[in-house]
Design a protein around this ligand. Structure first.
Ligand code: ADP
Ligand code: MG
Length: 744
């Protein structure tokens, strides 16, 4: 069955060559029970390892069923070991953290036997070696004799034709030793059993042949008694480990050595924490940098703001507005949002006291005022500004005492709508900022009309004369005024030269308003002409108007409701403020899929080239850190896993493929890294519900989107996978025995 022809084995280590054995010629047949004896160092173990395919040989030829083996590659040896060899060792080589049952089962699992068959076979073997009642005991708790019986049961499990035992009784007392030898001689009736021993008397009675070695050579090869030859060498027909068994085994290995599990978990938690904090810092900086961009249209650059129009350019219906208001990510919604970006001027009655600033909606005012009180009605407003501002800081009583009016750029103001400043809120940081005026919906609506007027092309047609006023060429203004009756219009006396006989009264005047949103017209009757002297009396716009008549001269006064009909044509552009910055892109894409045209305020900002470069550099640094982390982790994990080399060697000795050990490692590290990630996920959740308070997790919560969590998960799993591959590749780069020895 096995034949060695001039086989030699040498060891090379640190430049020294040692002889294992030289030019050995031997023949082994099934049914033989052979004892190899000889003094220590004579080459017995080496010979056994070469026969068992655990070690390579350098010279000569070994035949297995007449097949040459000198050309064998590691895969061939793997198959040979799996199909032919069962090993028994002096130091048992059992897996101490497994139970008796699990130890025997392992060899069957590794060779693709189904669970049901495994169970049947293991129980059968346990009966044979008389250990049935210990099946649930961890092998570390057994006596030496019991351990060796487990090892024998394991060696028999695969039903291989050859059993190799290296000093199987070396660590046993006399009585246990005898039991083992009897068991082996029993087995030898249908197999080839080779036992290495330095205590020949012990086996003398049972063996069929005695081989004595000395100094790496065969000193004597003596037949002791006859044996019955076994005809058909039945080699075990075995498969690879099943996928589900691999997962189960990997899972068991993850937890069965607790200190190792804890250490690995610590390492992985360290990876997760450092990756997360690094990446979240990166996200935060990216976010901060994006704020530094510029924008010439919108002054309110709140990053949660999204500007929305209808795709078909029509106005928003009530239904649409309320739907958007109630959309899950909407914090609040500002109708006619461009007012929020407008610079607003307030002026007091004698036109001496001006207060100007960015307009904002009272809906956006959060918290409470620092001085004064919050507004109670639509005429009351709040101002936000710096504490060291002259007026806001010290003279705020003057602001509170005055009554203000909305004013246009020319200083025209409308006394019909008095405004009171009732509260002041201070800005905490000291960077210079304009005032912000928080205005009621009514004030904003009023501004909206004027805004529409400014942005419209207005044409008036009377007596076949056309006059046009545009944003860039203002020739006249339309003004709403309560003193003018509906359907009438008051024009300046200076326009009378357009009328026949300088007489315009009762003539009809058509106003057309056209802008990017709408186009509308209205017919009015000219019922009064105003002059410098009667303007205040007719329209009640203050004495001041007389002194500055030229400011008012170009205006056409009409009833406020007529004016509103011309300009109040609904809502064409709104802003949605999202509950969380992280949801902005989701909301934008939702809107763009649903009849709207949406853009986040961030995307209206233009950032400089320098920022882009900084971003690239930071990305590169983050990547480098991940690579450095990979190697640090690899070395730490390598140290931790070193204690596992025996385990993996045993797997290999039992016929497990190299690939199996690699997969088991991958599965084990996969479990550990997932647990570490899971712990982290729980921590972010606890932070969210405010049970935990850890700085970097706070940052993670604030800036991470789902895709960031996913990305980091993939990185961590990938790292763990690469580490497993790398470690497994190094693990069995050499022969099984080399890896095993490194450990001992
Ligand atoms: P035995 O089992 O009979 O005591 P071994 O087969 O273990 O003897 O050893 C045979 C010879 O090979 C000894 O000289 C020993 O020093 C040498 N040897 C065994 N293993 C190694 C090894 N891993 N590296 C170098 N030399 C070895
Ligand atoms: Mg030995």
């Amino acid at each position: 069955m096995i034949r060695l022809k001039n086989v030699s084995k040498f060891y090379y280590s640190k430049g020294l060559i040692t002889t294992g054995f030289v030019k050995v010629n031997l023949d082994f047949a099934l049914g033989e029970f052979i004892a190899i004896t000889g003094e220590s160092g004579s080459g017995k173990s080496t010979l056994l390892n070469v026969i068992g395919g655990l070690d390579t040989y350098e010279e000569g030829e070994m035949y297995i069923n007449n097949l040459e083996t000198s050309h064998f590659v590691s895969k061939d040896w793997e198959n040979y070991r799996r199909e032919y060899i069962g090993n028994i060792y002096q130091n048992f080589n059992l897996i101490n953290s497994y139970t008796v049952y699990q130890n025997i089962e392992l060899v069957l699992t590794l060779n693709g036997v189904s669970k049901k068959e495994r169970r049947k076979k293991v129980l059968e073997l346990l009966k044979k070696v008389d250990l049935l009642k210990f099946r649930k005991t961890k092998v570390s708790k057994l006596s030496g004799g019991q351990k060796q019986r487990v090892a024998i049961a394991r060696a028999l499990a695969k039903d291989t034709p050859i059993i190799l035992a290296d000093e199987p009784t070396g660590n046993l007392d006399k009585k246990s030793a005898l039991g083992i030898i009897k068991l082996l001689s029993e087995i030898a009736k249908e197999k080839l059993v080779i036992v290495v021993t330095h205590n020949y008397e012990q086996v003398e009675e049972y063996v069929t042949r005695k081989i004595t070695m000395h100094d790496g050579k065969i000193l004597e090869d003596k037949k002791i008694k006859d044996y019955e030859e076994v005809e058909n060498p039945k080699k075990a027909s075995l498969k690879n480990i099943r996928f589900i068994d691999k997962i189960q085994l990997g899972f068991r290995n993850t937890f069965n050595v607790l200190p190792k599990f804890v250490l690995l978990l610590l390492v992985y938690s360290f990876i997760v924490v450092s990756l997360m904090s690094e990446y979240s810092a990166f996200k935060k900086e990216e976010y901060e940098a994006s704020k530094d961009g510029d924008n010439y249209i919108f002054s309110n650059t709140d990053d949660k703001r999204i500007i929305v129009k209808k795709k078909d350019k029509t106005s928003f219906s009530e239904e649409e507005l309320s739907k958007l208001k109630n959309y899950e990510h909407t914090d609040y919604l500002i109708e006619n949002d461009f007012l929020v970006d407008k610079y607003v001027n307030l002026v007091n009655d004698n036109n001496r006291f001006w207060v100007s600033g960015d307009a904002s909606s009272l809906d956006l005012f959060k918290g409470s005022v620092d001085v004064g009180r919050n507004p109670n009605n639509s005429n009351e407003i709040v101002i936000k500004g710096m504490r060291d501002d002259y007026y806001l800081g010290t003279k705020y009583q003057e602001l509170f005492d005055n009554t203000f009016y909305l004013s246009d750029d020319q200083g025209n103001y409308d006394k019909s709508f008095p405004i009171k400043i009732v509260g002041i809120k201070y800005i905490e940081d000291d960077s210079y900022q304009d005032y912000t005026l928080y205005l009621s919906k009514e004030i904003l609506d009023k501004m909206l009309l004027e805004e529409h007027e400014i942005n419209s092309d207005i044409t008036i047609d009377f007596m076949a004369h056309y006059y046009k006023s545009t944003r860039y060429d203002t020739n006249f203004q339309l003004v709403g005024n309560d003193n003018v009756p509906r359907g009438e219009v008051y024009i300046s006396d200076s326009l009378k030269y357009s009328c026949p006989n300088d007489y315009c009264l009762n003539a009809s005047l058509n106003v057309n308003v056209k802008n990017i949103y709408f186009d509308t017209s209205k017919d009015l009757i000219i019922s009064k002409m105003y002059t410098k002297d009667n303007i205040d009396k007719l329209l009640n716009i203050g004495d001041y108007s007389k002194d500055n008549f030229s400011n008012y001269d170009g205006a056409l006064y009409m009833n406020r409701e007529d004016y509103q009909e011309l300009f109040s044509k609904g809502i064409y552009q709104i802003s949605i403020f999202v509950d969380d910055y992280k949801n902005v892109s989701e909301v934008v894409s939702y809107l763009n899929k649903n009849n709207y045209k949406a853009i986040s305020i961030r995307d209206t900002l233009v950032s400089s080239g320098i920022l882009q470069i900084v971003k690239i550099i930071k990305t590169v640094i983050t990547l480098l850190l991940i690579i450095v982390m990979f190697f640090i982790t690899y070395f730490v994990i390598k140290i931790i896993l070193k204690s596992r080399n025996i385990y993996f060697s045993i797997i290999r000795m039992l016929g497990g493929a190299k690939k199996t050990t690699r997969d088991l490692l991958i599965i084990e590290l996969f479990f550990v890294s997932n647990i570490a990630y899971f712990i982290f996920a729980v921590a972010t959740y606890l932070q969210r519900i405010k049970i935990l308070n850890i700085g970097f997790i706070e940052t993670v919560n604030r800036y991470f989107l789902f895709k960031d969590y996913t990305l980091l998960y993939v990185i961590i799993i990938l790292m763990s996978y690469l580490i497993s591959l790398r470690y497994a590749r190094k693990l069995f780069k050499n022969s099984v025995m080399n890896t095993y020895r490194e450990e001992l």
